[in-house]
Design a protein around this ligand. Structure first.
Ligand code: ATP
Ligand code: MG
Length: 610
């Protein structure tokens, strides 16, 4: 058991060093500045150590006037003041000079992480909890700042100061002093490191529980409406509180162990200082040292230990920061499942022909979703895919966008395998009105223009008009500047859908996918939009996915999907004539339509009352 922990620790240490090395490139951008900051740091410390030296001379000068008349050692006092001032000046200069290095490193890392998160495949995103991701991201980038800060502002200064003090003591006094001072330092360090290592486990667990609690709270708030629908507030609270209870346990343990640590450190320092003072006082009594020497040794010792008391905290903070940083670098190490193949070329667009050849696909190996799909959409044609819920229709669209790779067979656009072209060019070529539209928490204008951020105002308005949403937008009190709320929740389903249609139109791709593009619209609006969609689709290769068969009657080909295969295929007319699955579905939907729609009472009368 112990051995496992030990190897774990070695492993963690090795990772820490590697993570620190990985941080270096972020600093190299301002190498000159970083060096300048270090120069300021050394100067500040030299001035700092100079202060007690001058103090000693002042004390001695005051004590040794032969006449008994005290003379003010003016130049010494002046030097004292100047040294104090420069210590503080160089300290501040160091901070100012280093600020840019540090914040730039944070900025670069944050951007890189977001970029990487975007590169990771959809699968990774569905598996991760976004609340936890954003906290990891935040803590991770903050950790970079913490580490830089502490190294430059605490660790390095202390090391420089140690070196200076050691030289000074060795030069002027008995080696006993160096022995006691640095002996105390060593004991202090060893004690601090040992206890801190032991405490880290609590802290880690505390962090993990903290993330978990946050992600639970985040989750329950994103599902606000669902929670209310089912009246499960109490359950949500209990779950959250349960996690917080564990967190509380760990936090209390963490605090208790910290107090132990702090007290131990205080005790070591107290013993060290007492010993030094005893030796110095003895030196003064026996005439080997002056009063000034006693003052100097005391001042140096205190000066050394003030930041040392701090160093315990610094060591802990650096350890935590390293743990946080590890999360970020682990995230960065995840290789994206879907990425450009080596030597991938931009998609060469011709007519926009799509071919699925014996496509097999599963999300999890144990559950095949597509089992050998063959389909061809000729350039400019419209193909409709219908089938029961869960048949794998939206999966076709996801595969076409290459959110996942097929597990068998291949998909070609204009004769090029999707896996051999660049993702950017592929995704540029396709426009989609997805089954569930999610909007950015921004204005309507922003969301609509998202289809082509460089589009001109007239083009945006035209697209809105084609999607039958312009009048609605302009009727709003804030018009185009209306904010749509989190995920677009302030718009109705149909309004969101029309925004999605408008931005797909605006994108002007060769290939269009409409995944239940009109499912949330009332029949009247649907009919109006249907015409627009047909117009837009006229010179595009189009894949239409729909439940309502009335929206696909005009398609060049209709495919009926069932259990991962294509069950039937043909035009509306030929499928009806075949009197198979499609014909049965059509029959059923026609009947439903007439039962629910009061607009057609005659049908109802005819069919429901034999
Ligand atoms: N990320 C995923 N991981 C695992 N299974 C998934 C995932 N996404 C979808 N599925 C499963 O794959 C099957 C096909 O899903 P798909 O979204 O393609 O269905 P669909 O035909 O579009 O259905 P609907 O008409 O309800 O939109 C479903 O049974 C679904 O549960
Ligand atoms: Mg679907």
């Amino acid at each position: 058991m112990n051995r496992i922990i030990a190897t774990d620790r070695i492993h963690a240490d090795r990772r820490d060093w590697r993570n620190l090395r990985q941080m270096l490139p972020y600093l190299s951008e301002f190498r000159g500045r970083a060096l300048l900051a270090i120069a300021c740091l050394v100067l500040a410390k030299v001035a700092n150590v100079g202060v007690p030296l001058v103090l000693k001379d002042i004390v001695d000068a005051l004590g040794t006037t032969p006449t008994g008349v005290l003379v003010l050692p003016l130049s010494l006092l002046l030097a004292y003041g100047v040294l104090k001032l420069s210590a503080s000046l160089f300290n501040e200069l160091r901070d100012v000079v280093f600020a840019r290095v540090r914040y730039r490193a944070m900025r670069r890392l944050s951007t890189r992480v977001l970029d990487h998160l975007h590169r990771l495949a959809l699968r990774d995103h569905l598996e991760r909890r976004s609340g936890a991701v954003s906290r990891d991201l935040e803590r991770g980038t903050r950790s970079v700042s913490t580490i830089l800060n502490y190294v430059v502002f605490s660790v390095l200064p202390v090391l420089v100061e140690f070196a200076l003090v050691a030289v000074l003591l060795l030069n002027q006094y008995a080696p006993t002093f160096v022995l006691i001072v640095f002996g105390t330092v060593v004991v202090y360090f060893v004690f601090t490191f040992a206890i801190t290592e032991w405490r880290m486990d609590y802290r880690h667990r505390m962090n993990r529980l903290d993330s978990e609690a946050n992600s639970q709270a985040f989750d329950s708030l994103t599902n606000y409406e669902t929670v209310k629908y089912f009246g499960n507030e109490r359950m949500e609270l209990e779950r959250y509180d349960g996690t917080l209870a564990d967190w509380e346990e760990m936090a209390v343990k963490s605090q208790t162990s910290m107090s132990l640590l702090n007290f131990g450190q205080g005790a070591i320092i107290a013993i060290g200082v007492t010993l030094v003072m005893a030796f110095a006082a003895d030196g003064v009594v026996s005439g080997q040292m002056s009063i000034g020497d006693l003052v100097l040794v005391n001042a140096l010792m205190l000066q050394l230990f003030i930041p040392l008391g701090f160093l315990g905290i610094v060591y802990r903070q650096i350890k935590y920061a390293l743990a946080d940083m590890d999360l970020v670098f682990k995230l960065l190490e995840r290789t994206p499942e879907i990425a450009d193949a080596p030597g991938a070329r931009p998609l060469v667009q011709r007519g926009g022909e799509i071919r699925f050849e014996q496509v097999h696909f599963h999300y999890q190996p144990t559950r095949p979703i597509l089992k050998g799909i063959d389909l061809r959409i000729a350039p400019g044609q419209t193909i409709a895919v219908v089938g029961h819920s869960g048949a794998g229709k939206s999966t076709l669209a996801r595969l076409l966008f290459r959110f996942y790779d097929v597990t068998g067979g291949r998909i070609l656009i204009d004769g090029q395998d999707l896996r051999e072209v660049t993702l950017e060019s592929l995704r540029n070529a396709i426009g989609i009105v997805p089954q569930d539209t999610v909007l950015f928490n921004e204005t309507i204008e922003y969301n609509l223009a998202y289809g082509r951020p460089r589009a001109r105002r007239e083009e945006i308005e035209r697209a809105a008009e084609m999607a039958h949403i312009r009048d609605f937008i302009e009727s709003l009190p804030d018009g185009w500047q209306t904010r749509v709320g989190e995920r677009g929740l302030k718009l109705s389903g149909g309004e969101k859908q029309r925004v999605a249609i408008a931005r797909a139109i605006l994108k002007r791709p060769r290939i269009l996918i409409f995944d239940e593009a009109t499912s949330s619209l009332d029949s009247h609006t649907e009919q109006a939009i249907q015409r627009t969609l047909e117009e837009v689709a006229a010179n595009h290769t189009t894949l239409v996915i729909a439940h309502r068969l009335s929206t696909v009657v005009g398609a060049d080909q209709i495919l009926v999907m069932d259990h991962g295969t294509i069950h039937e295929q043909g035009t509306h007319r030929s499928l009806l004539a075949a009197a198979g699955h499609y014909a049965a579905m059509w029959e059923l939907q026609q009947r439903e339509q007439s039962t629910v729609s009061p607009a057609e009472p005659r049908n109802m009368a005819a069919e429901d009352r034999p």
